[in-house]
Design a protein around this ligand. Sequence first.
Ligand SMILES: N[C@@H](CCC(=O)N[C@@H](CS)C(=O)NCC(=O)O)C(=O)O
Length: 306
Amino acid sequence: MSTRDVTHLSDLSKMVPSQDGSFNRAPSQFRNWVEQGGKYEAEKGRYHLYVSYGCPWAARTLIMRQLKGLEDFIPITVLSPRLDELGWPFANIDPFPGAEVDPLYSADHLKDIYLRVTPDYEGRFTVPVLYDKKTETIVNNESSEIIRIFNSAFNHLLPADKAKFDLYPEHLRKEIDELNTWVYDTTDGVYKAVFAANQSAYEKAVYPLFESLDRLEKILDGKDYLIGDQLTEADIRLFVTIIRFDVAYYSHCKCNIRDIRNGYPAIHLWLRKLYWNVPAFKDTCDFDHIKTGYYWAKSARISANP
Ligand SMILES: N[C@@H](CCC(=O)N[C@@H](CS)C(=O)NCC(=O)O)C(=O)O
């Protein structure tokens, strides 16, 4: 296990905001694809997914994995939601209920997986991580790409009904991509609000966030899904933010102009229908992990608020 001091990358209290006080998310660094004929072939049991139930980005991948019936293909390991100065710990370091030990290397923290692959890695040690056991490397750590991989790369190995189930269908791609672009500001907006280092950065984050929610409320009025009449990845991407909103973002992240329950009836109905009618949404929601992840006292996020 690496002995390199990486706390400047893992300790949230050492995170440096940009000059104007705003939080800017660094791009994910592992961006490979699982594909037939490529370096990373789709194979049962070859890949491993490291996640936190607390994290909305990781939750996207868990929902897609279950919707596509990939549970037997891609095992997961759940980290403890209580980040410490070395980042996400496995259960041997923090035995939080539901957290697990690392089955591959008995690592202490997720950072150890990153540093095993790239000893001089300089990014953040984020979940989700799609790991290849065969080449012992991280294939991808960007949730928007991992969900696309899950949507199509294993289709030839899946039963027909699961293979056919397309969450990014050709005829809706343009609309999905357009919507994703501005819905991203909602998902990321809460982080921009909580990590804002001054009032002006906070306001720059929070007002556009609520403008996005107002827009989404209009789109979802009388509708079960965001795009077309079918479930798409756009619903997954928004769901993971909305389900966390009233329990964490409204209070902890100070995104409190309105809550979802009282302020956005159409979004609220859409949320409840997905949660109660589609098992992949409910099954992958663990409110203990979600709340602990955001409120955990050791996390610098609390003091990072303006
Ligand atoms: N763009 C990435 C973002 C992932 C991300 O930021 N994950 C957060 C948890 S919500 C994380 O692991 N943060 C740990 C850290 O920054 O130290 C994705 O979509 O996969």
